[in-house]
Design a protein around this ligand. Structure first.
Ligand SMILES: [Zn+2]
Length: 271
């Protein structure tokens, strides 16, 4: 599943190809994604110039003077840049043809992604308005997380995965940052000291930044004709490492299910 680092890498990958370009044609091959692609989208978007390519949480925002296109990659979505005559397959549901003869194409086999339009300020859109701060911004730090955790009985893992508290920490990054911070994922959020939250916030920034850096070097070229959509490999310490040993203490990494998701951790190092 594309997580924040992949969405950010996608943003950086497509931006040089579509920024300041005008949308010539909107092509919708399949309307039914998580929510239907608006049928009037061609009317809103054609002849509009993309003034900014930004990201909020896992939403990509293509801003024009008419409004903003919101794209979410869902469970299996990916974007690529191709030529107008590049053949498409049955999972290529949506594309934009730009004035520089470039095509931005969305592939989404499981159709959990979305393509939506708003003519209001994008931050006020119902999918974005309740989102917590960006983890890599200065708005997010240990003091903030500590203040949000008081009187909360949920687990620390549930807290940092709650997008109203903080965006962009999916299961992989929650497991990895809690490991680096030495915090047991089951620990109650309200029982953790401010000092530990300061370390955890730094670790969250660290895992996301290193993943973005990794993606920048290993991800496919967005404009390669044969570029297969895919997500980049990551350097992980605990996630998916059941039966491997902890790099710090040699204990076996354990897995259990928490809120219907797999949690991986070291029961010796994480307390
Ligand atoms: Zn350990």
């Amino acid at each position: 599943m594309p997580e924040l680092p992949e969405v950010e890498i996608s943003r950086r990958g497509i931006e040089p190809h579509i920024l300041n370009q005008t949308v010539i044609e909107v092509r919708i091959r399949h309307h039914r994604l998580r929510w239907p692609i608006p049928r009037k989208l061609p009317q809103y978007l054609e002849q509009q110039r993309v003034n900014k390519v930004s990201r909020r949480g896992k939403y990509l925002l293509l801003e024009t003077s008419n409004g903003t296109l919101l794209i979410h990659l869902g469970m299996s979505g990916s974007l690529r840049i191709c030529q107008p005559d590049t053949s498409f397959d049955k999972h290529d549901h949506f594309e934009l043809l730009f004035s520089n003869n470039t095509v931005l194409r969305l592939r989404d086999p499981r159709k959990f992604g979305c393509v939506l339009w708003t003519d209001q300020p994008a931050q006020q859109h119902k999918l974005l308005s309740k989102l917590g701060p960006e983890p890599l911004s200065t708005d997010f730090n240990g003091e903030y997380l500590f203040s949000k955790s008081r009187k909360r009985s949920c687990s620390i893992k549930a807290l940092i995965m709650n997008s109203q508290i903080l965006v962009g920490v999916g299961n992989i990054y929650a497991c990895e940052s809690l490991y680096l911070a030495g915090i047991n994922p089951k620990r109650k959020a309200g029982s953790i000291s401010e000092q530990r939250y300061i370390r955890l916030a730094d670790n969250i920034k660290q895992v996301l930044e290193s993943s973005i850096k990794q993606g920048g070097t290993t991800l496919r070229d967005f404009s390669r004709e044969d570029g297969q959509p895919g997500y980049f490999a990551q350097n992980l310490h605990v996630y998916g490492k059941t039966d491997s040993t902890c790099l710090q203490c040699n204990s076996v990494i354990k897995r259990f299910t928490q809120q219907a998701r797999s949690t991986f951790y070291c029961s010796t190092c994480q307390t």
